[in-house]
Design a protein around this ligand. Structure first.
Ligand SMILES: [Zn+2]
Length: 231
């Protein structure tokens, strides 16, 4: 009786002994599988934050700051003031500008009358060169009884000057002139002023309004222009 009871545990123990290796192997496989799963899951979680770190090449180009350094080598523009200058070397001012509410009439010897003089007479010896006060375009180069031979030049910005009582005109209508170019020579060809003696009769208008020529003659009027300057 005892022998049969005592045989039961020994049978189970024998089963464990016979299959211990198998059980250990199964346990190990399960353990390894668990470790592999754990490592894989952990790695998937950590891969995501790695990507943004490696994939942002746009920040690596601070070299774009340098193009501004090229500018000093290119021609630069500079503003300069260019003044009108006297059209001749005159010895005296004859008839003055007498147009407008603040001006009186002047005595005109040739016409034997007092009247307005929308010009200035600049006296000089017969044959003295008369030059352009500023760059411009010749509008007229002809003669009339009153003006004699004369040249009218558009000096731009609404300023038109008429150089009258000349002889031997050196320019023609349509010519482009530079400041200082010879237009003609002082004479007495203006019939209405010949008794005043040889002189340049100079008229200036600004936007079709008569203006005093003296500020132009004496170099008080200027234009600001842009010129290119090598660096
Ligand atoms: Zn005059």
């Amino acid at each position: 009786m005892n022998s049969s009871n005592s045989k039961q545990p020994s049978k189970f123990t024998r089963f464990l002994r016979n299959n211990a290796a198998l059980l250990l192997l199964i346990f190990c496989v399960l353990a390894i599988t668990a470790v592999v799963l754990a490592v894989t899951l952990t790695r998937n979680n950590t891969v995501l934050p790695d990507d943004p770190v490696s994939g942002n090449p746009g920040n690596d180009e601070p070299g774009d700051v340098t193009p501004g350094g090229d500018q000093p080598t290119t021609p630069s523009k500079q503003k300069i003031d260019v003044y009108f200058k006297s059209p001749l070397e005159y010895t005296k001012v004859g008839l003055e500008y007498t147009y407008g509410p603040d001006h009186l009439f002047v005595w005109k010897q040739t016409l034997n009358e007092w009247s307005a003089h929308k010009a200035v007479d600049l006296h000089a010896e017969e044959g003295t060169e008369v030059t352009a006060m500023y760059d411009g375009t010749v509008i007229k180069a002809e003669s009339t009884f009153n003006n004699g031979y004369y040249v009218t030049i558009d000096h731009g910005e609404g300023v038109i000057a008429t150089y009258a009582s000349l002889k031997d005109l050196e320019v023609k209508a349509g010519d482009t002139v530079k400041q200082g170019d010879v237009l003609g020579y002082v004479s007495t060809t203006a019939e209405c002023e010949y008794k005043e003696g040889p002189h340049l009769h100079l008229e200036v208008s600004v936007n079709d309004e008569a203006a005093d020529p003296m500020p132009y003659v004496t170099g008080q009027v200027y234009r600001t222009i842009e010129v290119e300057v090598e660096a």
